[in-house]
Design a protein around this ligand. Sequence first.
Ligand SMILES: [Zn+2]
Length: 118
Amino acid sequence: MTAAHKGCLECGKPWNERKPGREFCCSSCRLAFNNRRMKRGAEMYDLFRAMRRERDQAKLLGIWAEMCRLELRWQQEDQEQRPGRRSYMPPRKALTNLRETGRLPIGDVVAKSYRAGR
Ligand SMILES: [Zn+2]
């Protein structure tokens, strides 16, 4: 688990006490943080979709293991380049953000037609 970092999540610059709750010191740090998340998300997108939609083929190819290996590389990169600072949103914030945009469906995660086919 990554401890809460006191300062800019991207560059690590410590905060001045008057700005509690901020995550980034400037817009270029916020952009760099979010661009890395977008790039990594794009790398994971097809693998995750394949896991969900073409399960047999994904299993055969060891997609889950590759996803875990990719995440481990990101973790290692983070530890080398930005020690002590997470490069992802904490779980509760990630869910809250998705819910607030209305993009997170509510209900079963497994479609009924898919479940019926089992
Ligand atoms: Zn910064």
